[in-house]
Design a binder for this molecule. Structure first.
Ligand code: CTP
Ligand code: MG
Length: 236
């Protein structure tokens, strides 16, 4: 399959609390967003990467992209006020490219992989496995089994959620292009915190592929310290 990667990068990183977008925070000598791009750009199956960015960050992204050499084209689109809107903008671009290559007679089965630019540590083996599962079934996401005991607040106190079948959703979330485009087309405006939710609502089953819990999302400043520690461990 040939994979188009969508990276929502148009947030502001409020919880991270820095002056500029957290994606410009430096981890091991390069900005966070570039780690995410680098995990995908050398793969033979990735054809392009589409970053959804905010107007405010436009010039910084352009400068930083110009300073690196990428093995695949990196396209920029204007993101929206929510993550879903940012993904939708990038998806429109990916659809256009797919239509162009179809009319050129070069269409192969296109997968769309949606990956948070704020996840710098996804492993190649996990990408191999989730891409393969999506190629086979049309929809697959990385997910990590919940390790703690899960509680639900109730009106009288709490109860315990059976964690045996419980996972935390990670990214990338990978779909056949038709599956994700249909899900976004029928769900204009409804809230979702990930993309698989929209596909679940179309009743197309979404497969869970167990991924490494190292694939953390940088949300708070302390997450950057954890990511640094994981990178150092991988080197030793
Ligand atoms: N994102 C986006 N467009 C938005 C909001 C978020 O593209 N309107 C992106 C972020 O840039 C990030 C990913 O979605 O790469 C996951 O979002 P999150 O970790 O919540 O990042 P922020 O929204 O930037 O952070 P916060 O919620 O703390 O403000
Ligand atoms: Mg957010």
């Amino acid at each position: 399959a040939s994979v188009s990667v969508i990276m929502p990068a148009a947030g502001s990183g409020q919880r991270f609390g820095s002056q500029s977008n957290k994606l410009f925070a430096v981890l091991d000598g390069k900005p966070l967003w570039q780690h995410a791009v680098d995990r995908f750009q050398h793969r033979g199956d990735v054809r392009q990467i589409v970053l959804a960015i905010s107007e405010e960050d436009d010039s910084t992204f352009r400068e930083q992209i110009a300073a690196i050499s990428s093995a695949v084209p990196i396209h920029l689109v204007r993101g929206g006020a929510t993550r879903s809107e940012s993904v939708r903008a990038a998806l429109d671009q990916v659809q256009k490219f797919a239509a162009e290559s179809a009319s050129n007679g070069t269409a192969t089965k296109t997968l769309v992989a949606i990956h948070d630019a704020a996840r710098p540590l996804v492993r190649q083996v996990d990408l191999d496995r989730v891409f393969a599962k999506a190629a086979e079934t049309g929809a697959a996401i990385l997910a990590a089994p919940v390790s703690g005991t899960l509680k639900r607040a109730t009106s009288h106190g709490s109860d315990t959620v059976d964690r045996r079948h419980t996972y935390v959703a990670l990214t990338p979330q990978v779909f056949a292009i038709d599956v994700i485009c249909q899900a976004y087309a029928r769900d204009r405006g409804r809230m979702a915190t990930d993309d698989a939710q929209l596909v679940e609502r179309t009743s197309h089953p979404v497969q869970l592929v167990t991924g490494s819990a190292d694939n953390l999302k940088i949300t708070f400043p302390e997450d950057l310290r954890i990511a640094e520690a994981i990178l150092n461990e991988c080197r030793s």
